[in-house]
Design a protein around this ligand. Structure first.
Ligand SMILES: [Zn+2]
Length: 80
């Protein structure tokens, strides 16, 4: 079980750093799982979106910023 979670974690870490939108991002957002768009906000504005896997704590403590709403604030653009 631990190995499965570690594999999923590394897979997720790779996906959130790839700078691409994925067709399944809307499903991840529904489950409050971070996407590459969410994580690009963290790299551009360091004080937001700390969660690498889940966005629940960022949403609870007010540090979540949706990548769609902050795209205008940063020069960090994802490839579509
Ligand atoms: Zn990162």
């Amino acid at each position: 079980m631990d190995i499965c979670f570690i594999f999923l974690m590394f897979f997720q870490f790779t996906l959130i750093h790839c700078e691409f939108h994925h067709p399944w991002d809307w499903i991840l957002k529904l489950c409050w799982i971070g996407t590459a768009e969410d994580h690009s906000v963290h790299h551009a504005l360091v004080t937001y979106n700390y969660g690498h896997f889940f966005t629940v704590y960022d949403r609870l403590f007010g540090t979540y910023k949706d990548g769609k709403t902050t795209a205008k604030m940063t020069s960090h653009k994802l490839v579509k």
